[in-house]
Design a protein around this ligand. Sequence first.
Ligand SMILES: *Cc1c(COP(=O)(O)O)cnc(C)c1O
Length: 364
Amino acid sequence: MSRPYNFSAGPAMLPEAVLERARDEMLDWHGSGMCVAEMSHRGKEFLSIAQQAEADLRELLAVPDNYKVLFLQGGASLQFAMAPMNLLRGADKAGRKADYLSTGSWSKKAIAEAKRFGAVNIAASTEQDGTFTRAPAQAELNLSADAAYLHYTPNETIQGVEFPYVPEASVPLVADMSSTILSRPIDVSRYGVIYAGAQKNVGPAGLTIVIVREDLIGQPIDGTPAMLDYKIHADNDSMYNTPPTYAWYLAGLVFQWLKDLGGLGAMAEINQRKAGKLYAAIDGSGFYANPVQPDCRSWMNVPFTLADANLDAGFLAGAKAAGLLTLKGHRSVGGMRASIYNAMPEAGVDALIEFMAEFERTKG
Ligand SMILES: *Cc1c(COP(=O)(O)O)cnc(C)c1O
């Protein structure tokens, strides 16, 4: 029995091999007699799972030794607050400052949250008539000399806008990689902090990955709760309190799946091919359209509209019947959105392209 292809933006598909392995280990993990969800987070079984997952993630991303890898909760949305609370410098709010790039819905939320803790300089905004269709060029960035950090969103999940480059700044770079982490190799040393909710490209919801350079932690702003202090989580190996153990385990299975596949270089080739053929199908039709500037198009989230929005409901119903799920676009953008993260097989993208062509031929 083959499963349908799920194009959800998140929580999103997981690799079938990972789900099968979790199923096989569900009642008895490696002869322990326990499901991973039943284990003490301080027991040797779970510690071995946790350490292996961290080691595999470090290997996949080639994380340098002077970076901490944290397995937290609260989603990327909590990182919108934790990053400023830990990185802003200055005794009072008026003296604290950070630079932000405003490129879509998620960066706007990060900006709104940072404003609670200090001054935000919008170093660039690509908002035009309420929409975002590109990333700013490096030359457009109006960076301030006294910012504690520069925050940006490499992939805007809702608009399908991706930076084709890593911004240069003299201050630490903070990146919300929720919808792009592990989609390709990156140079971690270019960043001060990388964070990502797991539910797009890593694993199930409930786990948040944070990769932070050691020298940036340990100076949170006054009043920061222990649970929001990177240093406390780092000093306790992400076990200051009970971590999301089952989500951590599933993420670990995803890391092993990526390694078996050949690592992030191999994954990047597949992702680029998947995205390339979907954009080619959209551009090659007179019926479908994607508004994003071609060099800023996301590999992961592909929004597209139909020539006639009255056909949207019929498109979605037909897609569902063909085993292509969750293609409805975000309510703020409309139309369709196909999220094609690592776990989406190339055959799923091929099936979508075939369905789109057939729909255009018969209904367009
Ligand atoms: C989904 C998403 C978020 C929000 O993540 P939560 O884990 O739900 O808080 C933030 N940023 C980006 C880029 C996202 O894709």
